[in-house]
Structures are given as structure tokens and as C-alpha cells.
Write a protein that binds this ligand. Structure first.
Ligand code: NAD
Length: 244
């Protein structure tokens, strides 16, 4: 039987890296992307290829750049002929008052966190629709649901991802392609390295579960979602220890 292929953007570290490991364990062929950690990504791909006897393809480049995404999908077509699962995970954050944010920073955040989701979906949809199956999982945040002070652009981008998810799910349900988003709370990755120990303790106090989830817990949930029945679509599922 032909093995299934998953594309994970932003896979060099954090949630994306843990997701790559989790899907490799399940025998998926992997297409992995990140912006510039070329060596780290190929070391990860080589390790997973060897450990789980899967095929891997690394595509380093800026997911915010539509022409790069188109070139990446040409490589995917040559590698596997299509795609079964797309995980739009790559993202950046910006912490600071909106009035201090420059226009280039706004533009970079929106293109990385939201336009990339458009670009990858646009390129993946023809394959999924023609095979009448596919799963798109967009990585979002609680902030896209309730908004965060000093993270206005990030909240707006993730809110956009949530609305995009709901709308695209309606468009693709007749073709048996499911589109869902996972709104994470706090996952213990480098994205949160900016918080000092006092801020981390304060954050933990706000989370009913009392801790930051590990990237492998987040990844395990993404695998479960990839196996969910096809009737589950158009949902924004919070994975946040009961935070919001
Ligand atoms: P991270 O900073 O540890 O890793 C981000 C990954 O994205 C890296 O592999 C990086 O290379 C890649 N990336 C960044 N910009 C890119 C670009 N322009 N092109 C290609 N790749 C790019 O982040 P993380 O914590 O693992 O977050 C992953 C996703 O989860 C993001 O979308 C983030 O917004 C979301 N999220 C994270 C948390 C959290 O607490 N960590 C909470 C909610 C949502």
C-alpha cells in the first residue's frame, strides 16, 4: 500500500519538530520545512528516516514567500505525487505595544502566520480534491480566539487563521477534505524563551492544568486529530490545559 505523506511547516524545532517525530513513528513519509536551520532539519530528517524506515524531503525556505511555496510543491509532486496531510505550523510572534510595531514587522507577521496558510492550502488542495481525501491542520493560538494585550498582530493573524479554517472547511467538505485548527495555549518551546522565570510562574498559575505542555504532548494530539473521523471539520480546538 502507498505510504501517506505529511507536510509540516516550521519543523526544525518546537511543535513542528515534535510533530515530525510523532508522524514518523506512525510510518508517514515526511516533507519538512523551516526557514533557515538547514543542517538541523536535515539531521532530524536523516535520524527519522533511519529509525522508522520512512522517506523524507527537506525544503528550506521562507513560507511567507508564495513563489517559494509553489517551488516546494513542485518538489513534493516529484517526491510523492501529492499530499495527504498538511500541517500549517510555521509561525512567529511579536510582543510589544501595537503603537510601537513597525509596518514591516506587521507585514512579516501577517505573511508568516496567515498568508503562508493561504499559500500552502492553495497548492495542496488540487491534490487532495482529486484523491477525494486529505486533512489540513492549521496551528493557531488561544490568542486568536480571545486576543492578547501586547500581541495584537499575532492575535489578528491567528484569528484570521481560525476564520480561514471554518470557511475553507465548508468549501472542502463535499470533497472529503477536512480542515481544522488547533489553538494552543502555552507549549514549552523556544517561542516562549522571552519569558523570565517570574513571568513563567505567573503564566503557570493562570493555567488550570498548572504547567506548560511539552511539544511531544502537542504533537501526539496532532496525530490523533489526523486520525479523527472525517465528520470532524471546521473546528477550532483549544489544547490549553483548560486556560480559556
Ligand atoms: P518555534 O519558534 O519553536 O518554531 C517555529 C518554527 O517555525 C521553526 O522551525 C522556524 O524555522 C519556523 N519558521 C518561522 N518563520 C518561518 C518562515 N517564514 N518560513 C518557514 N519556517 C518558519 O515555535 P513553536 O512554539 O513550535 O510554534 C509553532 C506554532 O505553534 C506557531 O504557529 C505558533 O504560533 C503556534 N503556537 C505556539 C504556542 C506556544 O506556546 N509555543 C502557543 C500557541 C500557538
Amino acid at each position: 500500500m502507498k505510504r501517506k505523506t505529511v507536510l509540516i511547516t516550521g519543523a526544525s524545532r518546537g511543535i513542528g519538530r515534535a510533530a515530525a517525530t510523532a508522524f514518523a513513528k506512525e510510518g508517514y513519509d515526511l516533507v519538512l520545512n523551516c526557514i533557515r536551520s538547514t543542517n538541523e532539519l536535515s539531521r532530524l530528517a536523516d535520524r527519522l528516516k533511519e529509525s522508522f524506515s520512512i522517506r523524507t524531503l527537506c525544503c528550506c525556505g521562507d513560507i511567507a514567500d508564495y513563489s517559494f511555496v509553489c517551488r516546494m510543491f513542485e518538489e513534493i509532486r516529484a517526491f510523492s505525487g501529492g499530499l495527504d496531510i498538511l500541517i500549517n505550523n510555521a509561525g512567529i510572534s511579536y510582543i510589544g505595544l501595537l503603537s510601537d510595531m513597525s509596518y514591516p514587522d506587521w507585514e512579516a507577521l501577517l505573511h508568516t502566520n496567515l498568508t503562508s496558510v493561504f499559500s500552502c492550502c492553495k497548492c495542496a488542495i488540487p491534490y487532495m480534491v482529486s484523491q477525494k481525501s486529505g486533512k489540513i491542520i492549521n496551528i493557531s493560538s488561544d490568542w486568536g480566539i480571545c486576543g492578547a494585550s501586547c500581541e495584537v498582530a499575532y492575535s489578528a493573524a491567528k484569528g484570521g487563521v481560525n476564520a480561514f479554517t471554518k470557511a475553507l472547511a465548508k468549501e472542502l467538505a463535499p470533497s472529503n477534505v477536512q480542515v481544522n485548527a488547533v489553538a494552543f495555549g502555552v507549549i514549552d518551546t523556544d517561542m516562549n524563551a522571552c519569558f523570565d522565570s517570574g513571568e513563567r510562574a505567573q503564566l503557570k498559575e493562570e493555567i488550570p492544568a498548572g504547567y506548560f505542555a511539552k511539544p511531544c504532548e502537542a504533537a501526539a494530539f496532532l496525530c490523533q486529530l489526523a486520525h479523527a473521523p472525517s465528520y470532524l471539520t471546521g473546528q477550532i480546538i483549544s489544547f490549553d490545559g483548560g486556560w480559556i
